[in-house]
Design a protein. Structure first.
Ligand SMILES: Cc1cc2nc3c(=O)[nH]c(=O)nc-3n(C[C@H](O)[C@H](O)[C@H](O)COP(=O)(O)O)c2cc1C
Length: 252
């Protein structure tokens, strides 16, 4: 099997790293792969490389993830319509500018694809990495730390380096449940597979974290029966960042 595919099939998050700097050319190469990623056209995201150790520490504290302090490299992916605004101000200052939600959606998709592509390059090169969505759980403080202007939004962090651990692969929802042909694949008839996945993930968690672990179905029920997380309020943060949410007024 192709070695790149082999690496992809063994993907896992790395949280412990060797105390070894990443060669400049390597970091640059991964950024080039990020740049090459398919994009819907607007290129409406920016990447901020965190080179200042103190800043990295402050980000780690803000997102309450201590191991972020020891990440050899940390990139923060930022949805960026401010660049569009600057370009519009330059090229069409006399016309009114709009920053509607569709532009944000496109940017979110493009950002995630670019970050995943960069992760593929990191993995293919024998290094390891970790995504961090906690930056989007702590927008005001990250915004402040990175001096983010209006119409920008920190959506994802990507840390990477030379791994100092080789964690066991965590289970993934089986293909039978996720994939169907020609029409929507109902869960009916797949409960056995679901139960087996529950058992597998519970055993994995008990082994890795101790305790009894929590099954996939339990976690799913918890998600849809508990209070909203900070992430659920993201639209408010988008609005504060200057986006026009285009919500229809159903009353009128
Ligand atoms: C978009 C995204 C955001 C994530 N954010 C975080 C995070 O903020 N902190 C963290 O420790 N792990 C984060 N993870 C890692 C997941 O927790 C991890 O992928 C999952 O537990 C499965 O483990 P594995 O990657 O080792 O297979 C994130 C993963 C993804 C895909």
């Amino acid at each position: 099997m192709n070695t790149f595919i082999q690496k992809q099939l063994k993907y896992r998050s790395i949280r412990k790293y060797q105390d070894k700097a990443i060669e400049k050319e390597k970091a640059q190469l991964y950024l080039e792969v990020m740049r090459r990623t398919a994009c819907r056209g607007s290129h409406a995201y920016s990447v901020i490389r965190i080179a200042d150790q103190q800043l990295k520490h402050r980000i780690a504290e803000a997102i309450k993830q201590d191991y972020v302090k020891a990440l050899p490299e940390l990139m923060i992916f930022v949805i960026d319509l401010y660049r569009s605004k600057q370009i519009a101000n330059l090229k069409a200052p006399e016309v009114e500018h709009h920053f509607y939600f569709d532009q944000w959606l496109v940017s979110i998709g493009d950002t995630y694809l670019a970050a995943q592509n960069m992760m593929n390059a990191i993995e293919a090169d024998g290094l390891g990495g970790l995504f961090l969505s906690t930056v989007a759980d702590n927008v005001p403080v990250i915004r402040d730390l990175l001096s983010l202007p209006e119409l920008t939004f920190p959506i994802l962090g990507l840390g990477f380096g030379y791994p100092a651990e080789d964690p066991e692969l965590s289970p993934r929802l089986p293909l039978d449940i996720k994939v169907s042909t020609n029409t929507y694949g109902s869960l009916e008839g797949k409960y056995q597979a679901l139960c087996e996945y529950d058992t597998e993930i519970r055993a994995y968690q008990a082994k890795v974290r101790g305790g009894e672990g929590i099954s996939f179905t339990e976690a799913t029920v918890n998600r849809v029966t508990s209070k909203p997380s900070p992430y659920a309020y993201l639209l408010n943060d988008f609005k504060d960042a200057g986006v026009d949410l285009c919500i229809r007024d159903f009353e009128s």
